[in-house]
Design a protein around this ligand. Structure first.
Ligand code: SF4
Length: 341
């Protein structure tokens, strides 16, 4: 331990801690508790395979800036998707593999901690707050399977849990940690008032894997072997259809989605746009580019355009010159519903 590492007036060095940070109230409070310990802190925010820093990172960045703490983003990608296909501890109500998701993220956070030679990982989890993943035996299982025994501090509930190594070594004062338990948010609200926290994100409702409609899309996508981060980015956009033969069609719902769908299209994919009327950009994967599919994709474009009769639809292949115009015929609603995912 070097002299510089000592806290002024104290006998110990500062604890160096890595925190999982969603920007939600619990994570903000846990960061405050670590600041009260005089710890050196790095916040980590995990981005799901369908998320980007530009689209999803603004709020959490603001929260970290307000705390004056450094923040790193970690993208969950192919490895996470592989876990999502077959989570060892199963799914929740929808496609949310909460136990394995926690293990996955905590393991990653632990790797970051090891890389830097730091002391522990902290989180804002509260014992008993959520029915499944925050029961005490499950918290212990997650700690074990993430390889963080003795190195994972749930600061809001720490006094209800086994002491960590950093507490035993005196780097973290156990007395300053809390013993919050259960689903009532009252203690957290009171604490928020003490710390002067008035704004925080609401990440609990933000996980798309807990959404039935998104989960249905994920399941269907896996059945067709569509399992890259790009596929996942498309899953959160537009209306989705599966054509006979397996081609996938994605139809934008607004200007922002139309632009994003065009960006996410790969070279060779077909992009369709209505001519002369307002309407959606439609993506038809290159593997599905036979004329019958193009006709159906053009009809879907017509269906969601402002045109009430058949319309012209322009078709281009991404990355290639040249545009073809085909007729987008209005389809019966039941035909469309049969194709909808
Ligand atoms: S709600 Fe979503 S992000 Fe949270 S643990 Fe479950 S799967 Fe992971």
């Amino acid at each position: 331990m070097s002299e510089e590492e000592k806290i002024p007036g104290g006998a110990k060095r500062r604890a160096k801690v890595v925190g999982l940070f969603s920007g939600g109230l619990d994570s903000l409070l846990s960061a405050h508790l670590m600041m009260d310990q005089g710890a050196e802190i790095l916040l980590l925010h995990f981005l799901m395979p369908w998320q980007t820093v530009e689209e999803d990172g603004r709020d959490v960045t603001k929260r970290a800036e307000e705390l004056g703490l450094p923040l790193e983003f970690i993208h969950l990608d192919r490895d996470y998707i592989a876990m999502l296909k077959d989570p060892p501890h199963g799914y929740g109500k929808n496609m949310n593999p909460c136990i394995d998701c926690h293990i996955f993220m905590f393991r990653r956070a632990g790797e970051r901690m090891e890389e830097m030679g730091w002391d522990l990982v902290f989180t804002g989890e509260v014992v008993g707050e959520r029915p499944m993943s925050q029961r005490k035996p499950i918290l212990n299982l997650i700690e074990r399977e993430a390889g963080l025994v003795g190195r994972l501090l749930r600061s809001l509930s720490a006094k209800l849990l086994t002491e960590t190594v950093a507490e035993k070594e005196g780097l973290i004062e156990r007395d300053k940690l809390l013993a919050i338990e259960g689903r009532s948010r009252k203690p957290q609200m009171e604490l928020a008032e003490e710390y002067g926290i008035s704004e925080y994100s609401s990440p609990a409702g933000g996980c798309l894997l807990t959404d039935p409609a998104f989960s249905k899309r994920v399941r269907e996508s896996f059945e067709w072997g569509e399992d890259t981060p790009r596929h996942f980015k498309l899953l959160r956009l537009g209306r989705h259809f599966r054509l006979p033969g397996g081609a996938k069609v994605v139809v934008g719902r607004n200007q922002g989605e139309n632009e994003r769908i065009s960006e996410l299209a790969q070279v060779g994919d077909m992009l369709l746009d209505p001519v002369g009327v307002m309407g959606p950009t439609v993506l038809l994967g290159k593997e599905g580019g036979i004329s019958e599919n193009v006709e159906t994709a053009a009809s879907l474009c017509a269906r969601y355009s402002d045109g009430s009769v058949d319309i012209d639809v322009q078709v281009r292949r991404k990355g290639e010159e040249g545009v073809e115009v085909v007729v987008g015929r209005q389809l019966e609603s039941d035909v469309i519903e049969n194709l909808r995912i």
